[in-house]
Design a protein around this ligand. Sequence first.
Ligand code: 9MR
Length: 469
Amino acid sequence: MPTTPRPVKTVLASVTAAVLLAAAAATPAHAQSPPLRDLADQQGLRMGAAVASHLLDDADYRRTAATEFNSVTHENDLKWESVQPQPGQYSWSGADRLVEFAEQNGQQIHGHTLVWHSQLPSWVENGSFTPAELTQVMEDHIDTTMGRYRGQIQTWDVVNEPIGDDAQFRNSVFHRVLGEDFIAQSLHMARAADPEATLFINDYNIDGINAKSDAYYELAQDLLAQGAPLDGIGLQGHLISGQLPQDIQQNIQRFADLGLEVMITELDIRMTMPVTQQKLEQQARDYTQVMDACLAVSGCSGVTVWGVTDAHSWVPDHFTGEGAALPIDDDYEAKPAYWSIHEALGGDGQNGPDDPGPGEPGTGTCEVAYDFTSQWGQGAVVEVTVHNGSGSAVQDWSLTWERPSGEQISSAWNSLIQQSGTTVTAGPVEWNRSIAPGGQVSFGFQTTHAGAPSVPGGFSLGSESCTIR
Ligand code: 9MR
């Protein structure tokens, strides 16, 4: 065990110049394209994705969800049938998992959804309630669900899809028992459950100006006039490539002019399969149109795509012969649509020569501190701190360096360390798998060395060279 601690600075001073030279030489010459979330942060925009908690077991999925998006929406895990399948029996595991993930990765969360006719357990959908009973059931559900995540989920789809394609109130248990007032009641309950949350109603086929979005425009005005706490409107954005409404921006603007926040909450732009280059280019133009429409209106606060990649999209299961609706393909490769979003957000819209693809590690700026916290004879204890200076989390990090000659690493903590020849690879343990944007992880190990201990000449986090501080 270490016996004689010595000041770290003395040792570091002797190697600082050499280390800085080595780090500078190892810095890649090209500028990497920032991930979407960094660009969105610069625009003050939420750039989100629908995420399925169970898919977070997959490292590529997890990494892409964390790296590319600054906001997430539970695709299914927060719906009534998931959280309260039986009266009073709540089940939070899926919902909690994504909330934890988002917190680890510095992401906002859009809560989807509280009061919806679909994915509603049969005890609610087919229950025979008096108005007072149903009001109590809704209040319990809203209060318990929003209360659990108070301060963690910033925005909520309080009521989802209350109006049908015929622009009339949809036939649901809520409307049958309570009439259209169920919408205002739900909003009041939500405000009481979390006074800080931003409260939305949300629907599809209301992206452009049409009879259904007109019905929402009237509904929003009615709700506001009667003092219901409506803060925002979600335009889902389930669109068909080449057939986008041309007045999306005007539609966003008219809701924003009512003082409402507007978000594109579930964007996907599907095409008829198979994919061709021409279709991908059309889709890229379509994504540009939606992004530009949102960015042009100051009240439009975000765009969320409905799935992390094409492999996770609901589209192929619901529309025979259609698919490829998202900006990242089945193999986690950026599609032209990805680069059109990138460009709309102020990026260069193209990959650099050696850039990683979406979600690949090493898209940020890393810094490494390598300190000898104690030394004795031919031994030392080293503490390594890896700082993630990018705007995105680094998942399942991997730090590599060349071991100085004559050195042996004998034991490690807070990291799993592998050595192959002189190459050392440090990776995470269960509790430090993610390095949050602006965050850091530290780990340590013990070494023996033949002469004086020295700091390695360079470190790489994933494919990116790190600065040594
Ligand atoms: O993407 C969701 C899919 O996995 C579910 O099977 C489906 C069930 O209705 O819901 C999908 O998400 C929907 C969202 O919750 C509300 N707007 C429409 C979305 C696509 O159907």
